[in-house]
Design a protein. Sequence first.
Length: 85
Amino acid sequence: MMKFSQLLVATLLSATVMQSAFAAVETDNTQGKQKIGIVSASGAYSLDRLQDQLAAQADEAGASSYKIIAAGGENKLFGVAELYK
């Protein structure tokens, strides 16, 4: 049972590391990168949550990076990001 628990923990940790290794990152430098699309998000209560929503959409679209080009709102925020490979 102890070996199974250790194997399970190791598997979960490696899956987390692999997922973060391929996650899209926010960038300001888009030189030499190919623009592959635009995503938008809304309904966020904080800038961090808005950034998380845009990053998740960038990941789903297969982008290696994204650049937030617009953000605004008062009680609930909205934003737009360009996606790059």
